[in-house]
Each structure stands twice: as C-alpha cells, then as structure tokens.
Ligand binder design. Structure first.
Ligand SMILES: *[C@@H]1O[C@H](CO)[C@@H](O)[C@H](O)[C@H]1NC(C)=O
Ligand SMILES: *[C@@H]1O[C@H](CO)[C@@H](O)[C@H](O)[C@H]1NC(C)=O
Ligand SMILES: *[C@@H]1O[C@H](CO)[C@@H](O)[C@H](O)[C@H]1NC(C)=O
Ligand SMILES: *[C@@H]1O[C@H](CO)[C@@H](O)[C@H](O)[C@H]1NC(C)=O
Ligand SMILES: *[C@@H]1O[C@H](CO)[C@@H](O)[C@H](O)[C@H]1NC(C)=O
Ligand SMILES: *[C@@H]1O[C@H](CO)[C@@H](O)[C@H](O)[C@H]1NC(C)=O
Length: 469
C-alpha cells in the first residue's frame, strides 16, 4: 500500500502544465493529483461566475457549480477546480462523487458576514451547540449524506478569517455556535488532503457520523491563543486515517470525540478504528492527541504512531467526567517524541463541562486498556498526571520503554496518580506505585496491534484534470 502511495506522489511531482498530445485546442489547465477516485467531468469555478478578487462574494458561484455538477454523480462524477485567486465565500454544500480541487495559489476566504452562514440544527449527539444553546453556523465547506467526496489541492488554502469570530466568542456576542472550516456528516468515503487551513473560526476539520475517512497532508495553522481551534476532530466515525499532518493551533491538534453526556449516550455512535500517524503538533495550551472530553458514544481502537510533539501542554490526554458514560478503550500509542511539555501523559476524570444539568450522575465512563510505548520526551515539567474517578478507576494502563527527561525547573514529584491501575516497564523517571514496574522480562509490554485496519488499505489513483480553451 505504501508503495502505491509513493508512486502516486512521484507522478504528482511532474510539472503542472503538460502537453496533451495531438490536440489542436490549447490546454488551459492540466494537472495530476492523487485521490481515492477520479472524475469524468471537470469544471472551473470561473465558468460559474466566480471572481477571485478577494471582495466579490462567491457563495452563489460555488453553489451553482456544485449544483450543476451534481447531475454527473451517477455517470462518472465531477471535479470543480478553484484557480489561483482569493475567493471570498460563505458556507457552501458539497455533493456526492465529487472532488473540489484547489490550486496552490487558490485561497478560499470565509465571509465576515453572519448572513452568509446558514444556521443548521445542533448535532443530535451533542444536544446543543458548543458555543451557544440551539443552532450552529454551517461550516465553510459542508457536506451531509454524501458518498465519495474529496477536498484536495496542491496545498491550496482555506482561510477562515477567524479573528472576528474569536472576538465575538470572547465578548459573548455569538448568536449561534461558530462554524468550522470543513464538516462532513453522515458520509462514506471521504478524502481531505494536501490543503492548508488557516485561522478557522473554531474547529478545522470535523468528520462526524461518517466512515472511511482519510485526512492526509494537511497543514493547519491558527494562533496558539485562538479559542477552540482544534485541528482534526473525528467524531462518531468508523475507519479513519489521519496522516502526514502539521498542526499549530490554539486547542488540541487531534481531538477524538463521540457525543456529549445524555445526548451522546442516547445517540450511541462510537469513534472506532482510527489511525493517526506522522503527525507534528505544536499546542502550548492543549493536547497533541485528546480523547474526549465528549466521548459518550465511546472511543475504541485508536492507533497512533510516529508523532512529534513540540511545546505542547500534554502528549496524549484522556478527558472525561461523571455523567459522560461511554468508554475509551483499546488505545495504542507508540513512537512519540516530545520536546518541551508540561505533561507527557494526562488523564482527567473530572473534566466537568456538561451539555446541561440533565446528565445522569450514574453514567460513569469506562477507561480501559491504554497502551503507551517507545517514547522519548525532553524538557518536561511533570511526567504524568493520571486521575481516574473515585469508585470508577481507569484500568489496564500500560506504559513501557518511555524515557522522560525532566526540565531544570521540573516539579519535585514527576508522577501523580489517583484511581488508576496498570503496569509499567523500563520507564524513567520511575512511575507511581499504581503502575508497578514489571522488570526486564516485560520490556516490550503494552502491545500495539499487528494487523492493519481496513482504512490502511484504501487504494489511491493518479487523477488528471484538464480544460481546453
Ligand atoms: C446546506 O445543507 C444544509 C443541510 O441540508 C442546509 O441547511 C443549508 O441551507 C445548505 N446550505 C446552502 C448554502 O445551501
Ligand atoms: C442523512 O442521514 C441521516 C442518518 O442516516 C438521516 O437521519 C437524515 O434524514 C439524512 N438526511 C438527509 C437530508 O437525507
Ligand atoms: C503548504 O503550505 C504551508 C503554508 O504555507 C507550508 O507551511 C507547508 O510546508 C506547505 N506544504 C507543502 C507540502 O508544501
Ligand atoms: C500530497 O501530499 C502527499 C503527502 O502528504 C505528497 O506525497 C504529495 O506529493 C502531495 N500531492 C500534491 C499534489 O501536492
Ligand atoms: C524548556 O521548557 C521551558 C518551558 O517549560 C522553555 O522556556 C525552555 O525554552 C525549554 N528549553 C529547551 C532547551 O527547549
Ligand atoms: C524503545 O523506544 C525507542 C524509541 O523511543 C526505540 O528506538 C527502541 O527500539 C525501543 N526499545 C524496545 C526494546 O522496543
């Protein structure tokens, strides 16, 4: 599989403008890219009246183009090319068997006018918007009930122009929950790749109630002080792969979720079979990989590897609370390098933050079988803070072959542990008593699954786009 990917990547490295043999008509645009599926029909945003001057509103052009192209869904699918330019737009909706392709100098700019953002219902598994009760602004690029949808480009940009939204959030002036840059709901076969996402009003990439999702080669940038600018949030999704991403943001780089308190429990849709690999993250006030805090539908079978954390608050963090219900189990993380961290590991059983006061105080989350191995961390203030729930301990924690070099100004007690249970082997500094050292023969404890997940076997093809005069 990796070989195929590489092959496709090499082809893409060819010059953008190639000569299509024996055609008289001059070729306006021609390029190749890698995708899960290629398309029979092509169009450019300019054909639908798009103007990339940074001030003309293109919501109508995007929606007209996509509505027109949706007719090809059952006859080979379609692709919409966004040429170089600054394309101001409000929220628009995608269609099935469709590819949105951004040229490297294309910037899709989020409108600053709330009227350009339709208000949609809260997610059923959350019961309310995260910023406000009630509805939420539709995401800049939104898709629901789709199959086979691709958002990609030669590293083109989505710019959410989030500053105005952040100010409204801080001043309590939001009438609805802030929009995300990309949200794909109730969909199957989704690819989001080779893009740069900057200054999202809130979360960046939110696949929810979806399956077979690949997020690859995405750069996400937002000020580290911007509120809730999570990078990628797989939420009640099955079979997801996040790889080769670089994220600097004001909240968790990857936040795995599955619904909130009684709403998430009732909806009952877990996130499972998730691969996260080759992620680089800078998140001074949040986690590199967070599990929760909304995890009421359950989180199971997460495999993260080859993660680089720089100047982040914590490496892997589990966040939950009484009333969440659900579970976080079968979590496997290996080969993580961390530099300048407050905590390498953090588990929080009293996160609080409830949707409302109707949560069930007897709904206790199950946190179980959490495996961390083969890690090196430098300049760490506290090795770990592992706090389960009284009467509901977090169990089956396994940490092995982890070397944590403490900062000069480190806290005297590197590990704090309460209401947890597990083992360790070959970990420095020595963990707390609740994670007893197993000795030499158990080095290499904390398994990492050997068989691959179906999402790791998705085929990519080399697709072409061409348009003649
Ligand atoms: C996109 O779809 C949602 C849900 O179907 C709808 O509420 C919204 O108005 C649509 N947006 C646009 C711009 O048509
Ligand atoms: C989308 O799918 C969900 C879940 O299957 C369903 O409840 C909803 O009615 C569908 N919406 C549309 C617009 O088809
Ligand atoms: C994409 O663009 C971003 C922002 O300019 C840059 O940091 C990143 O290195 C680029 N990625 C690639 C693969 O060129
Ligand atoms: C897309 O990203 C992958 C890796 O993230 C890279 O190998 C490939 O060359 C990129 N393709 C384009 C068109 O930039
Ligand atoms: C170590 O971490 C501190 C913050 O805790 C930071 O100020 C310092 O620059 C870091 N040192 C190195 C060598 O990275
Ligand atoms: C321990 O982890 C390091 C990476 O941090 C790795 O290179 C080494 O092979 C691991 N050792 C064992 C015994 O797995």
């Amino acid at each position: 599989m990796d070989v195929l990917l590489l092959l496709c990547a090499l082809l893409v490295a060819l010059p953008n403008v190639a000569v299509v043999e024996s055609r008289k008509a001059p070729v306006l645009d021609y390029f190749e890219y890698c995708a899960m599926s290629c398309r029979a029909y092509s169009a450019s945003l300019e054909e639908f009246g798009g103007v990339g001057d940074g001030t003309t509103l293109n919501t109508g052009a995007f929606q007209a183009a996509i509505d027109h192209l949706s007719q090809y869904a059952s006859s080979g699918g379609s692709q919409l090319y966004v040429p170089p330019g600054r394309w101001l737009t409000g929220s628009f909706n995608l269609t099935s068997h469709f590819t949105l392709f951004l040229h490297k100098d294309a910037v899709i700019l989020g409108s600053q006018d709330e009227n350009d953002w339709p208000v949609i219902d809260p997610l059923p598994s959350y019961g309310r918007g995260r910023d406000t009760q009630g509805g939420r602004f539709s995401s800049l690029i939104f898709g629901t009930n789709l199959t086979d949808v691709i958002i990609t480009g030669n590293n083109g940009t989505l710019d959410g122009q989030g500053d105005l939204w952040w100010q409204k959030f801080h001043k309590g002036e939001l009438s609805y929950t802030r929009p995300y840059l990309i949200e794909i709901m109730y969909s199957d076969n989704v690819q989001i790749s080779n893009l740069t996402l900057v200054n999202s009003p809130s979360w960046n990439v939110h696949p929810v109630y979806s399956s077979n999702v690949v997020v690859q080669g995405v750069t996400i940038l937002a000020p580290v002080t911007s509120p809730n600018t999570d990078g990628i949030n797989p939420d009640s999704c099955t079979n997801t792969r996040i790889e080769d991403c670089y994220i600097v943001s004001g909240d968790d780089c990857v936040a795995v979720k599955s619904g909130w308190d009684e709403y998430g429990i009732a909806y009952g849709m877990p996130t499972k079979q998730l691969v996260i690999r080759r992620l680089t993250c800078i998140s001074p006030f949040s986690a590199v990989i967070a599990l929760g805090s909304e995890m009421s539908g359950g989180i199971q079978d997460v495999r993260a590897e080859d993660i680089v954390a720089i100047n982040s608050e914590s490496g892997v963090r589990i966040k939950t609370a009484v009333g969440r219900g659900g579970y976080v189990k079968d979590i496997f993380v290996r080969r993580m390098t961390m530099n300048t961290m407050k905590w390498a590991f953090w588990m929080t059983g009293n996160y609080g933050s409830h949707a409302d006061d109707k949560y069930d105080p007897n709904a206790l989350p199950v946190i179980q079988n959490i495996n961390y191995r083969d890690m090196v961390a430098e300049n760490v203030t506290m090795a770990a803070r592992l706090e389960g729930i009284s009467g509901d301990p977090f169990t089956g924690i396994c940490i092995s072959n982890v070397t944590i070099q403490m900062a000069k100004k480190a806290k005297k007690v590197p590990w704090t542990c309460t209401d947890i249970d597990g083992i360790s082997s070959d970990v420095t500094p020595a963990p707390c008593n609740l994670l007893p050292e197993q000795g030499e023969e158990k080095i290499g404890a904390c398994t990492f699954p050997e068989e691959s997940l179906p999402i790791e076997d998705i085929q990519v093809q080399t697709c072409t786009y061409s348009r003649n005069l």
